[in-house]
Design a protein around this ligand. Structure first.
Ligand SMILES: Cc1cc2nc3c(=O)[nH]c(=O)nc-3n(C[C@H](O)[C@H](O)[C@H](O)COP(=O)(O)OP(=O)(O)OC[C@H]3O[C@@H](n4cnc5c(N)ncnc54)[C@H](O)[C@@H]3O)c2cc1C
Length: 432
């Protein structure tokens, strides 16, 4: 970490600056290792928890602004979640509106990058912008003591900072409801977080529970790979096409952001109707509100279709009601019908699970467990990135908000530490 922001690494700490090359403002500690057990804690201007897209974007913005930070990632690589998502996954947002600040996706990457291309992009981002994450550092406790923030990691290291940015992701922890009889089910039962490819299920009857984007795409993958998928759908669902006549719906949505939600809802519904027709007869009833209201009021994305609807219409993916209970061989649904399955994939979402490591989480999260989405300091020196309700894609939102939140963080560090002045001009795009 550099001196620009007034950071201090105690002499002898393993995180002391590498003196072999000139230090740059915003440098994380140059030595590879974190402070050793028993060493004095490493002291930073800002701690960033998580090196997914949000944590990386935050590090890049702080570095540009000359604010010293330490970036902690529990995984062995940056973008850890993207290393583990299912193989078929592609972004459903276009690369132009999915890149992080200061580095576009490569020219040769297709409009909708694959999971592997996202992984490569995130790794190149960390490398080219010299962000120096500390990998394998799982923050198990984050607490405010005597006006500063302390992070303890599973490896036994301790970090102290003036401010902290939690970028641990809204999908940090798989969420799986419990249905009666689940423990008796003899088939394979897994959360979508553990799903890799439909090739493992060829010829099998697979129930996918939940029709969010993940459930819809896993069912499609299963159908493409020769399994026999069904989707359990409890209530209504808004489905929008990813492209309309070759034009990305995300781009159209961005162009229309100036319109009131009510009108954008109407456009979304019209696009769905024109593309898919009436899906009620297949068991896919629309929600009583439109796709924009769904995001802005309830914080849930509509399904962005990449081919599932076509397979439903062809009868290759069956739509069933919500599960009521499990049996040894299958599931009984809310309409009383029982069906046998070889496997059940719970595409039932994720939770940020901040209480796992953040002391006082209860004071900052809403009843569903989500922190303030606007990144503002929830407790003195505590900021969030990556939790906002996105208007047109979460990655786009992260890219827009990172410079803005970084500016607030820099201002906080400057005010509280009173040592060194971050360069305010270093926030291209701030306020966008
Ligand atoms: C299947 C799927 C597909 C998606 N597709 C798109 C898309 O097409 N377009 C789009 O805009 N958005 C998409 N999203 C949404 C969103 O953009 C991604 O989830 C994105 O990765 C969010 O970035 P993040 O950094 O906030 O969270 P994450 O990518 O989850 O990164 C958080 C990081 O924090 C680390 N971490 C967590 N807890 C700790 C801890 N205690 N200590 C240290 N490290 C920790 C994790 O290991 C992880 O690396 C998708 C999400 C999913 C799940």
């Amino acid at each position: 970490m550099g001196d620009a922001g007034g950071s201090h690494v105690p002499a002898g700490a393993a995180g002391a600056p590498d003196t072999r090359r000139p230090r740059e403002p915003g440098d994380a500690p140059a030595s590879a290792g974190p402070p050793g057990r028993g060493d004095a804690p490493a002291s930073a201007g800002v701690l960033i928890v998580g090196a997914g897209p949000a944590g990386l974007a935050m590090a890049a913005c702080l570095k540009r602004a000359g604010v010293p930070y330490v970036l902690l990632e529990r995984g062995e690589r940056v973008g850890w979640a993207w290393h583990h998502h299912y193989e078929r996954l592609r972004l459903h947002t276009v690369k132009e509106h999915s890149a992080l600040p200061f580095l576009p996706f490569p020219e040769e990457t297709p409009r909708y990058p694959s999971r592997r291309q996202v992984v490569d992009y995130l790794e190149r981002y960390a490398h080219e912008l010299d962000l120096r994450p500390r990998l394998g550092e799982d923050v198990t406790r984050l607490a405010r003591r005597d006006g500063r923030w302390t992070a303890e990691t599973a490896a036994g290291h301790r970090y102290v900072a003036d401010a902290v940015v939690v970028a641990s992701g809204y999908n940090r922890s798989p969420h799986a409801p419990i249905w009666p009889g689940m423990e008796r089910f003899h088939g394979r039962l897994l959360h979508s977080a553990a799903y890799g490819t439909g090739a493992e299920f060829r010829g099998q009857r697979v129930l996918v529970v939940g029709i969010g984007n993940t459930g819809a795409e896993i069912a499609l993958d299963l159908a493409e790979q020769g399994a026999r998928p069904s989707i359990a759908v409890r209530g209504g669902v808004n489905i929008v096409p990813r492209d309309v006549r070759g034009r990305p719906a995300q781009v159209t949505n961005i162009r229309l952001l100036w319109l009131p939600a009510r009108l954008r809802d109407a456009v979304g519904r019209l696009m769905s109707r024109l593309t898919f027709g009436d899906l009620s007869r297949y068991g896919l009833r629309p929600l009583p509100y439109g796709p924009v209201t769904q995001i802005e009021r309830y914080g849930r994305l509509p399904v962005i279709d990449v081919g599932t609807v076509e397979r439903v219409k062809r009868g290759e993916i069956e739509i069933l009601p919500g599960p009521e209970r499990f049996t040894e061989t299958g599931v009984v649904f809310t309409d009383g019908v029982e069906r046998a399955f070889d496997a059940v994939v719970l595409a039932t979402g994720y939770r940020p699970a901040l209480a796992d490591f953040l002391e006082d989480a209860a004071a900052v999260v809403d009843p569903r467990g989500y922190p303030p989405g606007d990144g503002a300091a929830a407790l003195p020196g505590l900021f969030f990135l990556g939790f906002a309700r996105p208007k047109a894609g979460i990655l786009r939102q992260i890219g827009l908000e990172a410079p803005r939140v970084a500016e607030q963080v820099a201002e906080y560090v400057r005010r509280t530490a009173g040592r060194g002045t971050p360069r305010r001009s270093g926030f291209p795009g701030a306020g966008a």
